[in-house]
Design a binder for this molecule. Structure first.
Ligand SMILES: [Zn+2]
Length: 142
């Protein structure tokens, strides 16, 4: 069983070449803005999260919830893991693409301005989905 010290040492180590090349590929080749270092947040708003660890890359679906008017909590859901030892960049990219497609399906159209928005920026006004910008606009009007 790995000790806590070993975990800490592994976290501090640079990624193995395979994972580092995958990470660089995601950072430079995807048509989305990418933030983060060891954990990449791809897209704005985030469409997919890829968390690199010392021997694997985990692909996560950013599932956010709008709790109160402006507070959302991030609860990413794991979509799968690709291990450096027996996985490939193709597998990782397929997982990333599936996750992006899944995430985009959760987007909804604002009933006021028609923009497709991530669920965490949508509220509801008289039962209709309305984006945060439109809700803010209405607050100013009233
Ligand atoms: Zn709107």
């Amino acid at each position: 069983m790995p000790s806590k010290l070993l975990d800490a040492l592994l976290l501090a180590m640079p990624l193995p070449d395979t994972l580092e090349s995958w990470r660089q590929y995601l950072k430079s080749q995807l048509p989305y803005p990418v933030q983060g270092a060891q954990t990449l947040f791809i897209g704005d708003p985030a469409l997919v999260i890829v968390a690199f660890q010392h021997d694997k890359a985990e692909v996560l679906l950013p599932a956010m919830q709008w709790r109160h008017h402006d507070i959302h909590t991030v609860k990413p859901r794991s979509q799968g893991v690709v291990e450096a030892r027996n996985g490939s960049l193709e597998q990782l990219l397929a997982l990333v693409e599936d996750t992006i497609a899944l995430r985009l399906k959760s987007f909804h159209e604002c009933s006021s301005c028609g923009k497709r928005c991530a669920p965490e920026v949508l509220g509801s006004l008289q039962g209709e989905p309305v984006c945060r910008d439109c809700i803010k606009g209405r607050r100013v009007l009233f």
